[in-house]
Design a protein around this ligand. Sequence first.
Ligand SMILES: [Zn+2]
Ligand SMILES: [Zn+2]
Length: 354
Amino acid sequence: MKKIICVILAVLTAVLSCSCSRFNAPIGLYLPPPDGGMTVRFLNVSQGDCTLIESGDEFMLVDSGEYDYIESVINTMKLCGVEKLTYIVATHPHSDHVGGMRKVVNTFDTGSFITTELDSDAYYWTELLELLDDKEISRIDAEAGKTYKLGDAEFTILAPLGSGYKEENNYSVTIMIRCGNAKFLLTGDAERESEYEMLSAREALEADVYKCGHHGASHSSTAAFLREVNPVYAVVSCAKHNSYGHPSQETLDRLSLLGTKVYRTDILGNIIAVTDGKTITISGEAKADSSTYTVGEKNTVPSALDLVGNVKSKRFHDPICSSAKEINEKNRISFTSRQEALDQGYTPCLQCQP
Ligand SMILES: [Zn+2]
Ligand SMILES: [Zn+2]
């Protein structure tokens, strides 16, 4: 009942205060998903990640963003009708992903808390673990292959597949969320090492919406990985003019070769994707930039995103690597997967590490 009142209030507020297009949030932001469908809200938390997923009567939160933005996240969640989170997924213990999570656990009932085996000494993480203990919420270490149900949707853990990573971001929990035929892939801050492990594991990685790993950084969203995911829409969560240069031009170039439409929180604010399992409509809050796609009608991967080998040096490259562009036409060979290049005795370029 509380949820219905919240939705009615949200719609009324929007109607009264908004003379703009119907596609504009806040209407879209607070509305529940269609029957049997799912809403995925990529909340704008400046430099960080925070995704709220709703299906049936259930909610799940993947990361919380930094502590500084948690008040606004919690207000949005309340207006969406959240009282309980069936799942929290904390992809990895970096503050831009879990800095505000204590406040979330303190505000909403929490079912299961799924995270990675990596721990941190940071106060926001140790205090979060203590809070979970106090509330007798058990910590589940993500196990690749496990599937969980959320309303009319379900999600499967794809990574991490290994351990002992030098780069902590590779411990990120990666999940594939399915509702009907629609698929969403969220990789946290996973970088190329984790992406290549997922490719080697021959996981089904194809998805309609892909939240770019590590805020669109160049060491994530590699060409080999993107070829398999082949997303129609990519979402980048990052701050305006951030000091990391996220998203990187390399990632944007690869997505452009693929023909993927990019939605960025630094430009569009909150980004909302709604699916009934057959179509996906995605829009940004700041601009009426809405697009609808019928699931299954995506293009095949263009050859422009092939990996490029040099028959002389026996090295292979990402198609946007400067060395790839210099290879003479007669020495050039292309591969449609990493494995194909490796099987033919080619080694990865040390610069682009494809
Ligand atoms: Zn990180
Ligand atoms: Zn991050």
